[in-house]
Design a protein around this ligand. Structure first.
Ligand code: PRP
Length: 184
């Protein structure tokens, strides 16, 4: 497998191509442009994995919007989905009376996003919705509502397009399944 980057040799296969990703982001943007028409939007990027998706999505939105960033870390176990979550970096702006769209790369257990959605609602946002590039429902440990998901994926370890393993692979333009020999 070679799409011009050495990193592709660590994938067992490509799951979603760059072209498919761009197509779905355009569909999501069309939907958001309709649903938020006449409103101002605050787009919140959850660092770091969502950065690539976020920058593609906001450029397709035809709305007056502001952007802000939040970073969350997970604790309590060997896998990131098992632990509690804690804020590492808070927003710079207030969400009071704003329509907030939280933008994520992936929802797995749902623990991170439940924490974020709860905080933002309690701070007095007019509305808080969640847009994720990938939804992995098999991993879910709560009843988190995902408002917008570009792709529903199986329970595989995926990297690329912002998603990492050991902080690598974020720069792959496609999303691929990491070869288990890399992490076993
Ligand atoms: C990923 C992702 C979400 C979270 C989802 O972040 O960006 O924030 O995990 O997992 P959950 O649904 O099981 O809570 P990660 O901790 O990998 O950090 P990163 O974005 O910096 O890669």
């Amino acid at each position: 497998m070679n799409r011009g980057k050495e990193l592709y040799k660590d994938l067992s296969r490509i799951l979603i191509t760059h072209e498919e990703i761009q197509h779905e982001i355009q569909s999501l943007a069309d939907q958001l442009n309709q649903e938020y028409k006449g409103k101002e939007l605050m787009c919140v990027c959850i660092l770091r994995g969502a950065v690539v998706f976020f920058t593609d999505l906001i450029r397709l939105l035809d709305l007056p919007l502001t952007i802000d960033f939040m970073a969350i870390s997970s604790y309590g176990g060997t896998t990131k989905s098992s632990g509690e979550v804690r804020m590492q970096k808070d927003l710079e702006q207030s969400v009071m009376d704003k329509h907030v769209l939280v933008v994520e790369d992936i929802v797995d257990s749902g623990l991170t996003l439940a924490y974020i959605m709860d905080i933002l609602s309690k701070r007095g946002a007019k509305s808080v919705k969640l847009a994720t590039l990938l939804d992995k429902p098999e991993g879910r440990k709560n009843d988190l509502k995902v408002d917008y998901a570009c792709f529903t994926i199986p329970n595989e370890f995926v990297v690329g397009y912002g998603l990492d393993y050991d902080e690598k692979y974020r720069n792959l333009p496609d999303i691929g399944i990491l070869d288990p020999k890399i992490y076993m």
